[in-house]
Design a protein around this ligand. Sequence first.
Ligand code: ASP
Ligand code: MG
Length: 448
Amino acid sequence: MSLNIAKFGGTSVANIDAMRNCAKIVIDNPSTRVVVVSAAAGVTNYLVQLANEELTSEQINDLITKVEEIEFAILAGLESPPHVMVKLNELLSLLRELAFHEEILHRPDLKDAILSLGERMSSLLFAELLCQMGQQAENFDARKVIKTDNEFGQAEPDIQVIAVQAEKLMKPELERTVLVTQGFIGSDEQDNTTTLGRGGSDYTAALLAEALDADTCEIWTDVIGVYTTDPRITDKARPLPELSFEEAAEMATFGAKVLHPATMVPAVRKNIRVFVGSSREPEKGGTWIAKNCQQEPHYRALTRRKDQVLVTVKTPSMLYASGFLQQVFEILANHHLSVDLVTTSEIAVSLTIDNPPNSVRARLNKATIEDLKQISEVTVEEGYDLVTVVGNNMHSAAGVSSRIFNAVRDFNLRLICYGANPHNISILVKDEDSTDVVKVLHRDLFEE
Ligand code: ASP
Ligand code: MG
C-alpha cells in the first residue's frame, strides 16, 4: 500500500468550511495516513506579535481574543464536543499564561512555546472533524518525532533521530488510524518546544514523508499549483503542471511563497514526489514536482523576493590580500545571517541579505554592521527586490541571458548574478520597479 502525507496550509484550515474540503481530500485518498496542518490563517501572526512586541495588557487581551474567536468559531462548527472543548481551553490558558509571562520578550524558548499553539489547536480541531466525518483519526504530537537542535525560531531538524522516532511512534499506528499532526513545531533534546521558521509546516510534511518513506507528499494550499509567477503580479501567470526538484528548490529559495525553501531537501534525498494544489478546488489538479520532467525549458518561472538589503563592504587592504571574504562571512555567520547573492571586485564585496518584516529571526542589525565596520567600510542600501528567472541549462545555451536583459533594458539593474547555477539568473532591482520588471519578463519569456 502506498503512503501519502497531506499537508494543509493556514487558509485551508482557516474555518470549518475550509477544513471540510480538506477532510474530504483526506478521506478520498486511502493512501493518506498522515495529515500535517498549519495554524488557522492569521493565528501565527497574532502569536508573533504576542511573542515579540512590547504591548499593554489591553493589547495582549485583544490579540488573545482574536485568536480565541478563530478557534471557537471552528469549535462551534464541530458542535463543541466537550472533550475537545476541554483540550482547546487548556491550550488557550497556556496561551494566556505565556502571553503575560514577564520574560516572553527575552526568552526564545517561551517565544517558541507560544508560537506552537496555533498548530496545536488546529490539529486538535481537524482530527475531531475527520472523526465526525467517519474517518478514524487521532491528534498526534509532532514534538515527539520532529527532534531538533535548540536554535529557537529556526531550529534544525535531526534527520536520524526523526527517522527513528517516526518508525517507532507513527509507523505502527498508520494501519489503524490517520494521524493528524502539527507542522512547524518540534522539540529539542530537553523536550523544549522549538519551531522551524515561518512557513515551516511544508518542511515538517517533507521531513515526515522522508522519515516514513512515503511515496508522495501533498501540499494543499489556496492556489492550484505553482505558477509561472505570482498571479497577484500579473493575471497572465499560469499554473505549471510539472517542475523538477531543482527548479522547485530555486523557486522556493527565491521567493515563491507556495513552498517553504527547505521543503525540497528531504524530498530530493528520498526521491519523493511532491504535489501542490488547492484544497478549495482539488478537481483542478496542481503541480507535480519530481526528479525528472517531461520538458526542460530554458525559462520555467519567475520569482520575486522582497525586502532585500544590499550590503557592500569595502577595504583597500583587500588589494592583493587573502582571507578578507572569510572574515566577512564569519561575521555574518556569527550573526546567523544567510547571504543570497554575492559579487566581488578587487577591494569590495557586495551581498544581499533577506530582511523581511514579521520574521521570527534576527535581521540585519546594528551589531552586525558594527562588527563589519571593524574590518572595512560598510554601506547598507535598502529598498531592493530580487527577481529571479528559474529554468534549465541557462548557463550553457546561447541567447538565454540576452533575451532576459533585452526585456529589462529600461530598468536599472543594481546587481546581477549569473552562472553559478544552471537553474537561475537573478537581478536586484529597486522595489518600486520590481512589479514592472516581473511583468515585462513574463511577457517576453512566457507569453509568446
Ligand atoms: N503557522 C506557521 C506560519 O504561519 C507555519 C506554517 O503555516 O507553515 O508561519
Ligand atoms: Mg505556507
